[in-house]
Design a protein. Structure first.
Length: 525
């Protein structure tokens, strides 16, 4: 076995690769092990893999078929089990590993990427996977009707040269520093059944499990793909996902044995059950979420950056991380998690809690009138602490709870009246992805209605680099950080981890950077 890439621990490499291949990335060979995930020892400690059985999982939100490419609600479960992408990042780095693509070569000018594909992959329908499916999937992902987060990057792929069924060359409108983010994210879709994607009637991919049935607001059922290209995988025969919206009912289902794993219990419940014998809590490191306070900068009371600075100085980030997330995270001032090439510890102490500074700034700018603070289910506790923090500085806010659907409409439609509290993702990828793709940060259209030529220029510069790492990229990310700290249209609170809580008889549980469960090597004992 060759050594794994620098900064990429062997344990995580074994856990996330799950394939036998060698990739060419930037001219350097990256080695992988045959079905390496099988050597993982997660969940219940050391155990010998066992074939068969049904894994029962509980989640709180049902699938919304029209949102299949938006990574919300139950879609990560469907994507993780049924579909696969061309490459896969390990959880702790941005060095792509082979999945449906075995090797790739980026042109020196960053405007073309050649991909060699696996020859032994079939869709669940039995149809062979070919280069035409790569083109179809990227074109579908770029279609505006799906509202996919990386749509702008997919749209920058302007040419598809199919050399053979197993080789394709992507032509790019300009260099894309996040091209591998795109290849990691886009699921390879079956063109023959694509017209049914938005209805939920069927989902056909190349992944380890086949979609069987959906009972709306009740259950999703999957069964083993007997023709999966990874030898002797998966171990499980079946996965049954129950939709259990009530958090107490979800906890009781796990404790009573009705389910063996639960996604996103309350943090206190997960903390308690993690201390109980027979249970393990998995923090999905590498798939970070970040809590933040959003600001509508067109609201006159919030247009003055000094008011936004006062808000940033008021927030007690340590308290929120400790009390709400029970220590499963860490405070931040800017969005980049610790494993990001843009992370800079010194930038994360600019707005430490300082009520005196907040009051001085408000004295200069003027105290704003009472403002609405909008939040959706699950963010109430954070909103209450933010309300109390701002009151300490003399800023009055009125809590404005809304349902999840309304919140999403306000976020994507730029309809927030004042402040809001929620989470964002995508900062765990190449930093340019966040500022050209994510709704809260998009330099050209964001929920805050923030417009800045300097910010747009910094976002474009970072995005159009030929590489997502290296000194030039780091300098570009530093400029992005400066713009975010200066504009302060989003006020970061901190990282927190999505969690899966499971009984110790569940082994080999893994995940992607988008919080999709990877159950290729999961087994029950």
């Amino acid at each position: 076995m060759s050594s794994t890439p620098s900064g990429f621990g062997r344990r995580n490499f074994l856990r996330t690769s799950g394939i036998a291949a060698a990739a060419i990335f930037g001219g350097a060979a990256l080695a992988a092990c045959t079905s390496a995930v099988s050597q993982q020892k997660q969940g219940g400690g050391d155990a010998t893999p066992v074939r068969g059985g049904t894994l029962k999982v509980g989640i709180r939100e049902d699938l919304v078929p029209a949102n299949l490419l938006t990574n919300t609600a139950a879609t990560p479960v469907v994507i993780g089990l049924v579909y696969e992408s061309l490459i896969r990042y390990p959880n702790d780095s941005l060095q792509p590993q082979p999945l449906l693509a075995t090797s790739w070569q980026l042109a020196a000018d960053g405007r073309a990427l050649s991909l060699d594909l696996r020859e032994d992959v079939k869709f669940h329908s039995g149809r062979p996977f070919t280069a035409e499916d790569v083109e179809f999937s990227l074109r579908t992902y770029a279609d505006a009707k799906w509202s996919a987060q990386l749509r702008s990057s997919a749209a920058a792929v302007i040419g598809f040269d199919i050399v053979s069924p197993t080789r394709i060359v992507l032509q790019l409108a300009h260099p894309l520093s996040n091209i591998y983010d795109l290849l990691d994210t886009v699921p390879i879709l079956d063109s023959a059944t694509a017209d049914q994607l938005g209805t939920g009637d069927t989902y056909i991919g190349t992944g380890p499990f086949r979609y069987v049935e959906r009972v709306p607001n009740s259950q999703l059922i999957f069964e083993k793909n007997p023709s999966y290209w990874v030898p002797e995988r998966p171990y499980l025969d079946r996965v049954e996902v129950s939709i259990i919206a009530d958090p107490n009912a979800l906890l009781n289902a796990l404790k009573s044995g009705q389910i063996a794993a639960a996604r996103d219990l309350g943090y206190r419940d997960a903390e308690n059950i993690g201390k109980s014998p027979g249970f393990t809590v998995h923090d999905l490191e590498g798939a970070e979420l970040q809590a933040y306070v959003g600001v509508n900068v067109t609201e006159p009371a919030l247009a003055d950056v000094r008011v936004r600075q006062a808000i940033a100085y008021s927030i007690d980030r340590d308290r929120i991380v400790d009390e709400v997330f029970r220590g499963a995270g860490y405070p931040l001032n800017v969005p980049w998690p610790k494993n990001s090439p843009a992370f800079d510890e010194s930038r994360n102490t600019v707005y430490s809690r300082d009520i005196d500074k907040a009051k001085r700034l408000l004295g200069e700018a003027g105290k704003p009138p009472k403002l609405p603070l909008t939040f959706s289910p699950g963010n109430g506790e954070v909103a209450q602490i933010v309300q109390a923090n701002l009151a300490d500085a003399g800023i009055d806010v009125e809590l404005d709870p809304v349902d999840a659907a309304t919140f999403v409409e306000q976020l994507t439609g730029q309809r927030f009246r004042g402040l809001w509290v929620t989470d964002h993702s995508w900062a765990q990828f190449v930093p340019s992805t966040l500022t050209v793709s994510a709704y809260p940060f998009n330099a050209r259209r964001n929920a805050s209605r923030y417009e800045s030529p300097a910010y747009t220029a910094a976002a474009d510069t970072a995005w159009q680099l030929p590489q997502g790492a290296g000194p030039e990229a780091v300098r570009a990310y530093q400029s992005l950080t400066d713009q975010l700290l200066d504009g302060l249209f989003l006020i970061e609170i901190g990282v927190h981890f999505s969690q899966y809580s499971a009984v110790d008889t569940v082994h080999g549980f893994a995940w992607t950077k988008r919080r999709e469960p990877v159950l290729t090597d999961t087994f029950l004992s």
